[in-house]
Write a new protein. Structure first.
Length: 683
């Protein structure tokens, strides 16, 4: 039986709205908007999206942003990249959460202009094109009136009158010249399509920082006594000369005596062994106390003020664990996990066992009190001027705890920066970054071969996690004496330093053992330091002739001078025909500032090869000569073309860090002297 037109067709009612434009694949967009991408106040955040419609009509797109719960939107047009992809940028004006919308709509004016041009070029004009185009331009002028752009209104109205009188290709060319002006027309309407995402804006130091870690008890210049916080304050001048802006201190709290570790992590401590600072808590107090041997809170506050005077900040360690002597153990036994025999379980990472540390039970029935106490610890130190926290082993605590704690801290103190020390599985590291950690430790210490370095930093700079995972790269830590540093001596230390500070906007070293080239492991195959500062006091000769402090200072001076090294998204590895050489360029978002890095990964032998560059990155024409200045050696080389020879001898300097300097054009030759002529006019 055939259905007739008066019969009701089966199916649900047709949709009330029929959107013409699709907006999808918005970036950045972290897990569909579940988490916020990372941004920086004052830095443009690039936003991209696919924006398209059915049929052949052209579309327009804009991106707009506002602070969370603000009424004022900032809008900017997005430009077409091709293949229906659009790009724009938002610039956060304040710390905190940023709401972002990508809006797409049909563009009748651009569609009309395109079609009218095609008809004119084919000598098949439509007499209605002038009427339609004039009306569309009048509408555009009215939108500009609403935006209070008086000068633009007069220009567009004049164009509307001319189009009404008649249309030709020259007039359409003039209209094309108005495209930047007309791009600012409002496209918000009931017919527009909007997709939302979000970002969180932090301060500049979250995106660009140079960290220096040291143990206060080893900061004394007097070999007859341990160091104090006052000694750290005295050492700030040295750290400032090295060019660092974050001074990171391991835990400064009282150290427990029960289960105290001896030298080289011995389970039996001698009476004079000082113990590990990560075994937090004793009779003198816990996480809101300072070890008496280090000084007082007055000393700490003076240290914070002195660091600020040097343009630096003090970061402290946030280790949520306790020694058996911590006041929490006595007052809140329910905050800890218990063994079947009723005793509190110590920390373990089999086969490692930490008899001097009790882990907290974040799922305790007294969870509310525990979590609030830990929040109080952070806010206590914020009250003493600390705005940067390096968080110890966050991957051993529940994700929900960190999401809650970071949000609570930043609700009142959005300038606080959290660094995640989670050397664990990639998905766990990335989850912590999504939850709010501003920076994250990386696997750099274990990436040695050229292909490993290039592959890993490509992932960090351009991979799917780049929107939320900010790397902080360390060649060494008190827990990690990497194999690359154990076997290569001075060349390896310099190479790893230049890789860290040249490839990542955030990096740090554990000193002074790094610049003094400590390379002795506790045992063959171990990554622990022999005679580690974690368990004993040391005195360092900062004036040692073996120190590479001068190289460190030059690297950090270059990082401060060149915006290219303050961003990660501008990293590009460059081909070089030697697997012992790794080469790259870094540029700032404007593309104006570019730095070249080359490192010899062979710590024994000189290596050479040809580095290939894209000269358009430098605004240099193929065949033109230009200078590259090596800040590490103060040498200057003249290069020509995109393929240039390098040779690095590790016994001298295993790396190049090159500033590019264009050469002035050669002077014009002087005019030829006129030749004498005889009376007949012949030469």
């Amino acid at each position: 039986m055939t259905a007739t037109s008066d019969q009701t067709a089966p199916g649900r009612p047709v949709p009330p709205d029929v959107p013409d434009v699709v907006v999808e694949n918005v970036a950045p967009n972290v897990d569909g908007g579940r988490f916020a991408a990372k941004a920086v106040v004052g830095r443009p955040l690039r936003v991209e999206a696919d924006v398209f419609a059915h049929g052949h009509d052209l579309v327009r797109a804009l991106v707009r942003s506002r602070r969370e719960r603000s009424r004022r939107w900032n809008e900017a047009p997005m430009r077409a990249l091709g293949n229906d992809r659009f790009a724009g940028a938002v610039v956060p004006e304040a710390l905190g959460c940023l709401e972002i919308e990508v809006v797409g709509a049909l563009d009748p004016l651009a569609t009309w202009a395109r079609d009218a041009r095609r008809r004119l070029e084919a000598s098949r004009p439509d007499p209605l094109d002038s009427e339609v185009g004039g009306a569309l331009l009048v509408e555009a002028a009215e939108e500009l009136v609403e935006r209070a752009e008086a000068e633009s209104v007069a220009l567009v109205r004049s164009m509307a009158e001319r189009v009404h009188r008649g249309l030709d290709l020259a007039l359409l060319d003039e209209l094309d010249a108005l495209a930047p002006l007309l791009a600012h027309r409002a496209i918000l309407s009931d017919e527009a399509t909007t997709v939302r995402t979000k970002a969180v804006a932090s301060r500049e130091r979250a995106a660009f920082s140079s960290w220096y870690e040291l143990f206060p008890r080893s900061a004394s210049d007097d070999p007859t006594r341990p160091g104090t916080l006052a000694d750290v304050a005295e050492r700030l001048g040295y750290i400032d000369e090295l060019g660092f802006d974050v001074v990171y201190l391991p835990p400064v709290h009282p150290i427990g005596r029960s289960g105290r570790k001896g030298r080289n992590n011995s389970t039996v401590a001698a009476p004079d062994d000082v113990g590990s600072p990560w075994a937090i808590g004793a009779e003198e107090g816990g996480h809101t106390a300072i070890a008496p041997e280090l000084g007082t809170f007055e000393d700490f506050d003076r240290l914070v003020e002195a660091a600020q005077a040097h343009g630096m900040e003090v970061a402290i360690d946030l280790a949520f664990q306790a020694s058996p002597d911590h006041p929490w153990v006595r007052k809140h036994e329910a905050w800890f996990r218990h063994r079947p025999d009723g005793t509190i379980a110590c920390a373990e990472n089999p086969p490692k066992r930490y008899e001097d540390i009790y882990p907290l039970d974040f799922h305790t029935e007294d969870r509310e009190a525990l979590w609030q106490e830990l929040l109080g610890v952070v806010l206590f130190w914020v009250g003493h001027g600390v705005r940067i926290f390096r968080v110890d082993n966050p991957h051993t605590k529940p994700f929900a705890f960190w999401e809650w704690l970071i949000a609570e801290v930043k609700r009142g103190h959005p300038d606080v920066v959290f660094l995640s020390e989670a050397f664990t599985r990639p998905r766990v590291m990335h989850r912590l970054a999504k939850l709010g950690f501003d920076q994250s430790y990386t696997y750099f210490a274990w990436r040695d071969a050229k292909w490993e370095i290039e592959q890993y930093f490509e992932e960090l700079a351009h991979g799917p996690g780049a929107a939320y995972f900010r790397s902080n790269v360390w060649p060494n830590t008190p827990d990690i004496l990497a194999k690359s540093l154990q076997r290569g001596g001075r060349p390896s230390f310099i190479a790893r330093l230049v890789l860290a500070g040249g490839l990542s906007a955030n990096y740090g070293i554990y000193g002074p053992v790094f610049e003094l080239l400590w390379d002795a492991p506790a045992a063959p195959g171990s990554e622990e330091y022999l005679n580690s500062e974690k368990y004993e006091v040391h005195h360092h000769d900062l004036e040692s002739p073996h120190s590479i402090r001068g190289v460190v200072a030059k690297l950090n001076a270059l990082r401060r001078a060149h915006p290219a090294l303050q961003y990660d998204e501008g990293l590009r590895f460059r081909p070089v025909d030697n697997d012992s050489l790794v080469a790259w360029t870094k540029s700032d978002p404007s593309g104006i500032d570019v730095v070249i890095g080359v490192v010899n990964l062979d710590w024994q032998w000189a290596q050479s090869g040809f580095v290939e560059l894209d000269l358009s990155d430098f605004g240099i024409l193929e065949g033109d000569a230009f200078e590259v200045h090596d800040v590490l050696t103060e040498e200057t080389f003249v290069w020509r073309g995109g393929r240039n020879f390098v040779k690095l001898d590790p016994r001298a300097m295993p790396a190049h860090l090159l500033e590019v300097r264009t050469l002035p054009p050669p002077p014009a030759p002087p005019p030829a002297a006129p030749r004498n002529r005889d009376v007949r006019g012949h030469a």
